[in-house]
Design a protein around this ligand. Structure first.
Ligand code: ADP
Ligand code: MG
Length: 312
């Protein structure tokens, strides 16, 4: 059996110009689900993971709008909410798409926690922007009252930033593995998983942070022994000299070449760099096939026909 982890970028759920209504999200997810059903029909065992940036952003706005009426929830719980919401939409759309293909495959969503190290250097340098832009006064109040970190983005206002630590392990790996072994399509590790850390006594504690979903996808794929990791986004792969006059889109590449480009800083932090890092690590950890491709070319990408791809 061939297990394939597919990471869906934010555009699988919300696209530029979408308002973010339930209908918008369901329509976009429906299109992706149709392609995933075709892959299931081809015999791949699928594990689906996804981004959650805009959804968590909206949950944070809802929280704030309800301040004084209902208690504000911390980020880890907002992350869990988004996994449930997106998981439900993906789960139902996939079930419908599978039924249309004449397939009877169970689909399960697993609320997933990602273990991070409390000594990760990211905790002293928050970099990942979350939620909407605010005025200086609001940012200052949050910094003073709650010790949050906010940064000014020239012209657009102030935005909260949180640490983006490395994923150490996926807490629910055993559950995911046994569901996959039983033939389920599993949706998990949404938004990179809910970041948790281990306390002195070994218990878990949610933290205010965001793990890059691509790095968690690699951790997930490697720890369940998947053969393939396919990262789908809004561009068909990674480019050298991106947006420059000598831009070159990468097709099939060797691992050593990709490692070299990675260290030459062709891929932007917070967007393409974690994807390239993820496919490199996956092959280094024994994965057979890894690719970054455009969302609407999922089937070709899975067949190894398009996108930036490394063959072990
Ligand atoms: P996702 O929601 O799929 O994770 P991201 O916005 O995080 O999407 O990452 C995809 C984006 O990465 C592309 O839209 C592109 O603008 C950007 N990007 C940065 N560096 C590169 C590069 N070297 N080659 C291609 N795309 C790049
Ligand atoms: Mg991203």
């Amino acid at each position: 059996m061939h297990t394939m982890v597919i990471a869906l970028g934010g555009n699988a759920i919300l696209q530029k110009g979408d308002k973010g209504t339930a209908e918008n999200q369901r329509r976009n997810i429906g299109k992706t689900a149709a392609q995933l059903a075709v892959l299931a029909k081809e015999g791949y065992r699928l594990v689906i993971t996804h981004g959650n940036g805009p959804q968590v952003g909206n949950i944070l706005i809802q929280n704030e709008a309800a301040r004084g009426k209902v208690p504000e929830m911390p980020m880890d719980i907002c992350g869990a909410q988004s996994q449930g919401m997106i998981g439900y939409m993906l789960q139902m759309c996939l079930q419908n798409a599978l039924r249309e293909c004449g397939l009877n495959i169970p689909v399960s969503t697993v609320i997933t926690q990602t273990l991070v190290d409390k000594n990760d250097p990211a905790f002293s340098h928050p970099t990942k922007p979350v939620g909407p832009f605010y005025c200086r006064q609001w940012a200052q109040e949050r910094m003073e009252k709650y010790g949050e970190t906010w940064i000014e983005d020239a012209g657009r206002g102030w935005r909260r930033v949180v640490p983006s630590p490395e994923p150490k392990s996926i807490v629910e790996t055993p559950s995911i593995k046994s569901l996959v072994a039983q033939g389920h399509i599993v949706i998990c590790s949404g938004g990179g998983g809910i970041p948790v850390m281990e306390t002195e006594d070994g218990s878990l504690l949610g933290v205010e942070a965001v793990v890059e979903k691509d790095l968690s996808a690699e951790k997930l794929a490697s720890s369940i022994g998947a053969q393939s990791l396919i990262i789908l986004t809004d561009v068909n792969g990674a480019a050298l000299h991106y947006t420059g006059s000598s831009e070159i889109w990468l097709g099939e590449v060797t691992l050593p070449d990709l490692v070299k480009y990675y260290h030459e800083s062709h891929f932007f932090e917070g967007s393409m760099r974690p994807k390239v890092g993820a496919i490199m690590r996956f092959i280094e950890h024994g994965g057979k096939q890894a690719a970054i491709a455009s969302l609407d070319r999922a089937i070709e990408a899975a067949r190894g026909e398009t996108g930036t791809r490394i063959i072990a």
